[in-house]
Design a binder for this molecule. Structure first.
Ligand SMILES: Cc1cc2nc3c(=O)[nH]c(=O)nc-3n(C[C@H](O)[C@H](O)[C@H](O)COP(=O)(O)OP(=O)(O)OC[C@H]3O[C@@H](n4cnc5c(N)ncnc54)[C@H](O)[C@@H]3O)c2cc1C
Length: 362
């Protein structure tokens, strides 16, 4: 039998940060992750944007999250050997979002918000700076600082490190083989004090957690090549859709937010709609090189699911990051490790104990 402190199921952004935090706290772990190419973490643009919605209000906890993520990505980057020269933040880099106003109402909303609370907002010095590349009749505002996480590089580097340490099992986790006892869990040849589910949408059907109010949300994305465009890696463009540097001169364009869908795959309708938007928006030709889709592990009340099961204290979860995994996963991974290592409670509005009643019905 192999003994470990935590058995982590899933190596998306949640499992990756959980493993980093456990390391720092001196707790051991084994990760089981079946490599899938189209998971939420692999399809995500990696953007951390401090404002949201039509009224550009600050996102939940952002004043606290931004300094935290700078530190957390920096620490993980250092541990994985990605120094992030110039930013000191490993896989995270600062970017500015050029927010082209799609309608007159959106322009007004930006100006109003800027007057009331200019935090994270700026007006451009030269409204014509992007005339050669984009059509925009109503001007734009700038949102900064934002951050872009290189999710694919981060996940790959963390995975490589887990392989070197011999703590990764690249296979499918089979829930029926998990034995849960009050003092710990057993899975095949592994004995652990806790199992923590970081398995994204798989938790929706996990009998321990399927009663939590998950709200799956599908997102589709196009990866495009734009030969006439060589933009700074520090800029993200938005006009309804976002255009975000991806890799090797390619751009990520998306995404959709679908609460009701038949399957998780890419659709012709999204591709046609997005190509039409791009033709109207860009002044230069583009070519679609890839079309991807994934389901976000979102929640009805838009708050994460973190903590230990009220009936099975050896079973935990770090999930429900919705559209904001890049900023929420590091923060709540640290809280969960605080709970496991020192018994410090998770903050109440993220702790799954708020669903004690539904989870407690055996
Ligand atoms: C199109 C799109 C764009 C997005 N853009 C952004 C963005 O710009 N910024 C942002 O902050 N967030 C963004 N998100 C949201 C973000 O991707 C999610 O919040 C986050 O990735 C969720 O991470 P996770 O680790 O919980 O789940 P996942 O990334 O789904 O990881 C779960 C892991 O568990 C593994 N797994 C599942 N079941 C099993 C099993 N039975 N056995 C073994 N392994 C298993 C999977 O293979 C996977 O590796 C976006 C999401 C989408 C879909």
């Amino acid at each position: 039998m192999m003994q470990t402190d935590v058995l982590i199921i899933g190596q998306g952004i949640c499992g990756t940060f959980l493993s980093g935090e456990l390391n720092r706290a001196g707790l051991s772990y084994v990760v089981i992750d079946e490599e899938r190419s189209l998971t939420a973490s692999r399809v995500a643009a990696g953007l951390i944007n401090p404002v949201t919605g039509r009224r550009l209000v600050k996102t939940w906890m952002i004043d606290e999250l931004l300094p935290f993520v700078r530190g957390a990505y920096g620490e993980l980057g250092e541990e994985l050997g990605a120094g992030g020269e110039g930013t000191g933040a490993g896989f995270l880099r600062p970017v500015s979002v050029v927010d082209f106003f799609p309608t007159a109402q959106m322009r007004l909303a930006f100006l109003k918000r800027f007057e009331e609370d200019p935090a994270y907002l700026r007006l451009p010095e030269d409204e014509h700076q992007w005339d050669e590349l984009f059509h925009y009749e109503l001007g734009y505002g700038i949102i900064e600082p934002c951050y872009l996480v290189d999710m694919r590089e981060l996940l790959a580097a963390a995975r490589q490190r887990m392989i070197e340490r011999g703590v990764l099992r690249a296979e499918r986790f089979e829930l029926p083989e998990l034995a849960v006892e009050p003092g710990g869990v057993r899975y095949r040849d592994i004995e652990a004090r806790w199992v923590v589910f970081c398995d994204g949408i798989s938790s929706f059907t996990n009998p321990y957690f399927s009663r939590l109010p998950f709200a799956p949300n599908k997102g589709e994305v196009l990866i495009v090549e734009v030969p006439g465009m060589s933009l700074s890696e520090a800029m993200v463009f938005k006009k309804g859709m976002s255009l975000i540097p991806w890799k090797e001169g390619l751009y990520w364009v998306g995404s959709s937010y679908e609460w009701s869908f038949e399957d998780a795959g890419p659709t012709v309708a999204f591709r046609e709609r997005t190509e039409a938007v791009l033709r109207e928006w860009l002044r230069v030709p583009f070519r679609v090189v890839e079309h991807m889709a994934a389901v976000r592990p979102a929640t009805l009340e838009r708050r994460p699911f973190v903590g230990l099961h009220p009936l099975y204290p050896a079973v935990g979860i770090l999930n429900g990051m919705g559209t904001k995994g890049c900023s929420l996963a590091p923060y709540f991974a640290r809280q969960l490790v605080g709970l496991l290592a020192s018994g410090v409670p998770v903050q109440a509005d993220a702790d799954i104990l708020r669903f004690r009643k539904v989870l407690g019905r055996g």
